[in-house]
Design a protein around this ligand. Structure first.
Ligand code: NAP
Length: 301
């Protein structure tokens, strides 16, 4: 892989967060940019992708500074995904309905925000399984930030019913109410954890958006073996977690004969979608991004 060459013409991309040191985005994006270096240099463009640790109280001044130094675009991670919204001139309807922005781009001297987590979530489903989802039922475990992108993704795919399962009654009610003015209000229902035995057998798609089972607690699963035993072998189990691979949740689903998807491809695809926006080009070296992550995470040993 060619190392990116920083020149006087190099343009800046990046990710803002606090903390941001753990982010895998610089690794993944710089691998893609290095691969494209000759390609995009022909267009007179070269880019570098940097991590920017920005404390919440410095967000507004940082964004103004980004405009001043000509930053082309940036990703947004915790804790700025909602806080960035009032600082943008425009946000996409998708980001509006998710209530969070993860990708910002500079257009006509203005900051425009969108949410590529939704595309990141749906691309692995669309590319692997060409299904008509209009008669299908999605059951989503957890009602945090990632669950919002998953709900929007399931709606975009056309799921007939979307069921959210959470452990906290107040948070579930707030989650439910936050979609009341949205077109997906009609097919969204929220449930408490004890309703799982009724919901699992109906699920065509079962998604884990909780952090249960994430490294280092690799033996944990959001479902008991008994709960998972009612999952249909025709179902798809999708875990947003990407370390370990497979998670306990996906191992249980595999035992049922279900199709499984881990969270790595979502991470890759939300990055691909962001690069397409910033570079205004469709050809992104997705294999290079995937391989850079797999190597870094020790998944190809
Ligand atoms: P979050 O906003 O903190 O939401 C986590 C959700 O899980 C909350 O609803 C929380 O419930 C629930 N939860 C946590 N522990 C639980 C437990 N023991 N029992 C039942 N429910 C529990 O986090 P997030 O940003 O949505 O991220 C969630 C997971 O998705 C993380 O593992 C993250 O790494 C992964 N993720 C992956 C990608 C990807 O690209 N693959 C993208 C985004 C996120 P309460 O609300 O009641 O606390």
């Amino acid at each position: 892989m060619t190392k990116p060459l920083i020149t006087g013409k190099t343009k800046i991309l990046g990710v803002i967060g606090h903390p941001v040191e753990h982010s895998l985005s610089p690794l993944m994006h710089n691998a893609a940019l290095a691969q494209m270096v000759e390609d995009i240099a022909q267009l007179g463009l070269d880019y570098v992708y940097l991590p920017f640790p920005i404390e919440p109280q410095n967000l507004a001044v940082a964004i103004a500074g980004f405009a001043a130094v000509g930053v082309v675009g940036f990703n947004v991670t915790i804790p700025h995904k909602q806080a960035i919204i009032p600082l943008l001139s425009e946000i996409s309807p998708l980001a509006q309905s998710v209530g969070a922005v993860n990708t910002v781009t500079r257009q006509n001297n203005q900051w425009v925000g969108t949410n590529t987590d939704v595309e990141g979530f749906i691309v692995p489903l669309q590319t692997t399984y060409h299904q008509d989802w209009s008669q299908k039922i999605a059951v989503i475990l957890g009602n945090g930030g990632a669950a919002r992108a998953v709900v929007a993704g399931c709606h975009q795919l056309g799921f007939a019913e979307i069921h959210i399962v959470g452990r906290n009654h107040e948070k579930l009610t707030a989650f439910r109410n936050s979609w009341s003015n949205s077109p997906l209000n009609e097919n969204l229902q929220v449930h408490e954890w004890l309703e799982l035995p009724k919901l699992i057998p109906q699920a065509d798609l079962l998604v884990n958006t909780t952090p249960i089972g994430m490294y280092p607690k690799i033996n944990d699963s959001p479902l008991s073996a008994e709960e998972m035993s009612s999952l249909s072998p025709n179902a798809i189990a999708y875990d947003l977690i990407y370390i370990p691979q497979p998670t306990q949740f996906l191992q249980q689903a595999q035992k049922q004969g279900a199709i499984t998807i881990d969270g790595l491809e979502m991470l890759v695809q939300q990055g691909v979608a962001a690069l397409k926006i910033w570079l205004q080009r469709e050809a992104i070296p997705v294999d290079v991004m995937r391989q850079a992550l797999r190597k870094h995470l020790g998944l190809d040993m």
